[in-house]
Design a protein around this ligand. Structure first.
Ligand SMILES: NC(=O)c1ccc[n+]([C@@H]2O[C@H](COP(=O)([O-])OP(=O)(O)OC[C@H]3O[C@@H](n4cnc5c(N)ncnc54)[C@H](OP(=O)(O)O)[C@@H]3O)[C@@H](O)[C@H]2O)c1
Length: 262
């Protein structure tokens, strides 16, 4: 029996993966703000947009549940926002939930040998991170913050190159989840997106099957990135190793005060 830890496992792709591992007889621990209803799942409630909450739950997981065989990062808030929303710790919410949380958990959770970290995001988009606007506060829109969060995760994944951890960044492309439908506020764009999802969107079960297939095939102890069933080219500038190292240093500075309390 494996122990699988899933953030954002109460809805969408995270919940689909939780159902898969539960049906397999594995122990599944789910972290999100609400408590879900899957029988036999262990729920741990936390607002992961707070860095301190990530350190708190990491400590609980490490002491109560032992070494983890699979860490799956799915928590996301895709809701449209015109203006930045700051957490009480002073970070922009999209930056905090989509990047900082994944950074902290990727480094703080104790893993078994041959464990994997699966970071579900949108790897391999063109463009690079602007270190002068790391939280995307200038000319903010939630869509831009989302794209920025994905680029930050590309660098997070790249920082695991040459580590002995199996780190998989995974882009499922369009999936019919409630979260994915909340990215626009404009009623016309909402209808366009609904139609797009009807034609091009995949259902969660298909995506879960694709992910399980990738996890079986992916080389161990390496960093890889996939878009549905295809490998993403790691030579793209979005995975630049120098930038990845720089981001790691910047992130450690941002988290210094919060981390020292744990
Ligand atoms: N759906 C797509 O088309 C698509 C495309 C590309 C990439 N992705 C990526 O796939 C992953 C899953 O997406 P999805 O569409 O399946 O998500 P979703 O249906 O919107 O579900 C989001 C999950 O995150 C949790 N969550 C939200 N805010 C949270 C917070 N502050 N603290 C802790 N948990 C929080 C939610 O639970 P609570 O509300 O209970 O906290 C929920 O379980 C994301 O990383 C997304 O970027 C999705």
């Amino acid at each position: 029996m494996k122990t699988i830890l899933i953030t954002g496992g109460t809805r969408g792709i995270g919940e689909g993966l939780a159902k898969h591992y539960l049906a397999n007889g594995d122990k599944v621990v789910i972290i999100s703000r609400s408590k879900g209803t899957l029988p036999h799942a262990i729920y741990l409630q936390a607002d992961l947009s707070l860095a301190s909450e990530n350190y708190r739950v990491a400590e609980i997981i490490n002491t109560k549940h032992g070494k983890i065989d699979g860490l799956i990062l799915c928590s996301v808030d895709q809701a449209y926002r015109k203006n930045p929303l700051m957490t009480k710790e002073g970070f922009e919410v999209t930056f905090a939930l989509q990047y900082l949380s994944r950074y902290i958990l990727s480094h703080q959770i104790t893993l078994n040998n041959n464990a994997f970290i699966l970071n579900i995001a949108t790897p391999g988009m063109n463009g690079t991170v602007n270190f002068k606007n790391l939280q995307c506060l200038k000319k903010f829109s939630s869509l831009k913050a989302n794209v920025n969060g994905n680029r930050l995760n590309d660098l997070l994944g790249a920082s695991f190159t040459d580590s002995d951890i199996t780190y998989v960044l995974y882009n499922p492309m369009s999936v019919r989840t409630a979260g994915a439908r909340s990215v626009f506020s404009n009623p016309f764009m909402k209808i366009v997106l609904k139609l797009w999802h009807l034609v091009n969107g995949k259902d969660v079960d298909t995506v879960v099957n694709n992910i399980i297939r990738i996890l079986k095939e992916t080389p161990t102890n390496q960093f890889t990135a996939y878009k549905t069933l295809n490998k993403v080219n790691l030579a793209m500038s979005t995975f630049n190793l120098t930038q990845a190292k720089k981001l790691q240093q910047e992130t450690n500075k941002l988290l210094e005060n919060i981390k020292s309390k744990f």
